[in-house]
Design a protein around this ligand. Structure first.
Ligand SMILES: [Zn+2]
Length: 105
């Protein structure tokens, strides 16, 4: 499944774009002011998704105003932990989690 082209972050719409970064080592970038998440085209599908989850966490920090309150280093550390935490959560209980959210709709 490909990445969404548009996603809500705490109710704020962000565009998601697959791009070629000048720095080939760069995987992703979140531009909060421009409401944009960029993910490297050159990554395989799994890495695009993990990068997307990572950048989504940065976008959450931006929208909630936390990005301007904490150091870049602390934000990166927290975002990396959330990325891995969310991945583990989805691997363990993803379908059940989705079912419980859509029950009764
Ligand atoms: Zn990061």
């Amino acid at each position: 499944m490909g990445l969404p082209s548009r996603i809500q972050v705490l109710g704020v719409p962000f565009n998601v774009e697959l791009v070629d970064f000048e720095d080939e080592g760069q995987c992703g970038e979140t531009m909060g002011l421009h409401r944009k998440i960029k993910v490297s085209k050159s990554l395989d599908s799994k890495r695009q998704w993990t990068t997307f989850v990572h950048e989504y966490c940065h976008a959450v920090f931006y929208v909630m105003g936390a990005a301007s309150e904490i150091s870049d280093q602390l934000e990166e550390c927290m975002v990396q932990s959330m990325e891995h935490g969310i991945e583990q959560l989805l691997v363990q209980v993803g379908p059940e989690l989705m079912n419980s959210y859509t029950e009764g709709e």
